[in-house]
Design a protein around this ligand. Structure first.
Ligand SMILES: [Zn+2]
Length: 325
């Protein structure tokens, strides 16, 4: 590893400065990815040992093809791709670097079409790459629960339900939006957002989603949907805003923060990707949440955060939905 490039605590803008090289040259890309993953101290991707060495060519002039490392403890050979979303891919690392950077430096996201044009990869490869990057951005382990003042709301994405009217016999007024996909979002004021696709919005699964993501010591702010009224008493306090009476803010009781996130998500979905299948929607939601939660960083630090999140994740199937047995 090039020590000059790998100083821990380097100015963040240095990461941005390295990106053009990493996107153009494979050796630079390998060094870039290794530094993002391990910093100054390369580790074994199998056992975490620091007792590792780089395998060189016989003449010691250049690193071996595919940039292999070997661990003195577990004796295994590995590369920087090992144990990450990149593991089963043969796409050159410089294209991965470009795609990570493109995905992390644009608020509205980047489409596979754009990656295809800028890297020369096939559309299929570009799509593969972007789906894996979105998978890397998804929450890994249970992230800390939201606390303080937390706004919860849902939104509906997908085609416009033209002339659908009301569904008779369905007491749920939201049923008229049944062709759309529901996304539940929760945001801590001045904090992070959690968002996910919900197959249906019922009091039961709404409760599950909110309890998984929000601490019961939080002050909850929602609209007047009856599902929220049931879970409200489980929290420290619960205040509602009455959208049907055209009420959008009463003092600091408002759901404008989470609606701002939904606005960002929709601009990404409709502006950049145009049409997103229901099967993949959750990935785009995770991507939008990742960008939102890392909004105070510069592009380089955000790119590094995304690459770090790629570790420990494997996506071994092409489509996120498995066929029922
Ligand atoms: Zn090892």
């Amino acid at each position: 590893m090039n020590k000059k490039q790998g100083k821990v605590g380097q100015a963040r803008s240095e990461i941005v400065a390295q990106i053009p090289m990493a996107c153009a040259d494979e050796d630079s890309a390998i060094e870039f990815m290794e530094t993002r993953r391990w910093g100054d101290t390369p580790k074994c991707a199998c056992c975490d040992s620091e007792n590792v060495y780089q395998q060189m060519n016989a003449d010691k002039s250049k690193r071996e093809a595919h940039c292999r490392w070997r661990c003195r403890d577990c004796k295994k050979q590995y590369s920087v791709r090992k144990g990450t979303v990149l593991e089963d891919s043969r796409i050159p690392l410089r294209h991965w670097c470009f795609a990570f950077w493109a995905a992390c430096s644009s608020k509205k996201g980047v489409s596979a079409k754009q990656i295809q044009r800028q890297t020369g990869l096939s559309y299929k490869s570009a799509l593969f790459l972007m789906h894996r990057i979105r998978f890397a951005m998804a929450p890994t382990e249970p992230d800390p629960k939201l606390d303080g003042t937390v706004e919860v709301d849902e939104t509906y994405v997908g085609g416009k339900p033209r002339n659908k009217g009301w569904k008779f016999g369905d007491p749920n007024r939201r049923a008229q939006w049944s062709t759309k996909t529901r996304v539940v979002g929760m945001v801590q004021r001045d904090g992070e957002v959690r968002a996910q696709v919900a197959p249906t919005i019922t009091a039961k699964n709404l409760r599950e989603i909110v309890m998984d993501n929000v601490d019961t010591t939080a002050r909850l702010i929602t609209d007047e949907y009856k599902g929220y009224k049931k879970i409200g008493p489980e929290f420290k306090s619960h205040e509602t805003i009455n959208h049907s009476k055209k009420e959008y803010a009463r003092g600091d009781v408002t759901t404008n923060t989470i609606e701002g996130f939904f606005g960002l998500l929709k601009r990404k979905l409709y502006g950049t990707h145009h049409a997103v299948s229901k099967a993949h929607l959750n990935r785009y939601v995770h991507e939008a949440a990742f960008i939102y939660n890392h909004r105070h960083m510069d592009d380089g630090a955000r790119t590094e955060a995304a690459i770090k999140r790629a570790v420990g994740k494997r996506l071994t199937y092409a489509e996120p939905i498995k066929k029922p047995a």
